[in-house]
Design a protein around this ligand. Structure first.
Ligand code: ZN
Length: 310
């Protein structure tokens, strides 16, 4: 059976140390992998997620020490939202005040209470009170009480010139279906996905095209159980939409192909296997700098070039 939903979200950040403090300490996510950008090993690639680094909970960053701020626009992810237990809303509102996190007043969307906030780079995020999430395990970071901890992704919102072409790809390739519309947003939901099962499509005019930079989402990755399922999705993309994906790249923790969806957002298809425990023990995830084999012989040079995290 096809496994649906978001696998991970990858964004661009400013200084790595600030990024780690915000997501690891303030937001209470687990740093599940500390590695480098495989295309530029002088910069980090930091992966945050739940205790196991499960698909549907993974938010990753390329932190650049001197990045220019991005500009939100058409063909980009506007917001990335996490699930929290309803009883945690008051805790998070108070925590954002205490920690000086920019946030909005809670609002209702599709019948759920949403607390929108921004990270230090201006990336747009939200916490959504999600029924049932209180029964899912949370990560204990030693500071955020487990009962209030973030429980993986709720959704992403894509800012598009029109919703229909993107909706067609989501439904015919990734197993999503439209479940509602509200205030100009089309909600697409993947059957069976608990974490990261929602993509909201906001059709808007009057925006310039996006300019990537600090606080921008770089791409959204969708789940494929294995190489065969990924190949089937690539075939469907070509046959039904005339879209060509890249060749497969080995990302060590998953295997990926990329394509630009009709609305301009960069999509990836990532395999669930092998996962983050492939190169370090599950109870030690994120502690040591992990390098792919092609960079291991340059470890000394790479470690010296990376900025300090603590
Ligand atoms: Zn990715």
């Amino acid at each position: 059976m096809q496994i649906n939903g978001i696998h991970h979200v990858t964004a661009i950040a400013g200084p790595a140390r600030r990024n780690l403090d915000f997501y690891g300490r303030v937001l209470g996510l687990r740093l599940v992998k500390k590695t480098v950008n495989f295309d530029d090993p002088t910069t980090y690639h930091l992966y945050f997620g739940d205790a196991e680094g499960s698909p549907g909970t993974i938010l990753t960053f390329f932190p650049w020490e001197h990045v220019a701020a991005g500009r939100l626009g058409i063909g980009e992810t506007q917001e990335t939202a996490f699930r929290i237990p309803a009883a945690a809303l008051g805790y998070w509102t108070q925590r954002f005040v205490t920690e000086g996190v920019a946030h909005d007043a809670p609002e209702q969307r599709f019948g759920e209470t949403v607390l929108a906030f921004r990270d230090p780079d201006g990336m747009r995020l939200a916490l959504v009170a999600a029924p049932g999430s209180e029964n899912e395990p949370g990560w204990d970071n030693g500071e955020v009480p487990v009962e209030f901890a973030v429980r993986g992704f709720h959704s992403v919102t894509l800012l598009l010139a029109e919703a229909a072409p993107t909706a067609a790809v989501l439904s015919q390739v990734f197993g999503f279906a439209e479940v509602g519309q509200e205030n100009g947003v089309v909600r697409m939901q993947a059957t069976g996905a608990v974490h990261g099962g929602i993509v909201d499509l906001r059709a808007a005019s009057g925006f310039l095209p996006a300019r990537l930079g600090g606080g921008s989402v770089h791409h959204i990755a969708f789940r494929a159980a294995d190489d065969d399922e990924q190949a089937r999705m690539v075939k469907t993309l070509a046959e039904k939409f005339g879209l060509r994906a890249t060749g497969q790249r080995d990302r060590n923790y998953f295997r990926s192909v990329y394509f630009r969806e009709p609305g301009g957002v960069l999509f990836e298809i990532a395999t669930d296997a092998p996962g983050f425990a492939v190169d370090e023990a599950a109870d030690r995830l994120g502690r040591d700098l992990k390098l792919p084999p092609q960079y291991e012989k340059r470890r000394g040079e790479i470690e010296a070039a990376l900025p300090a995290l603590a």
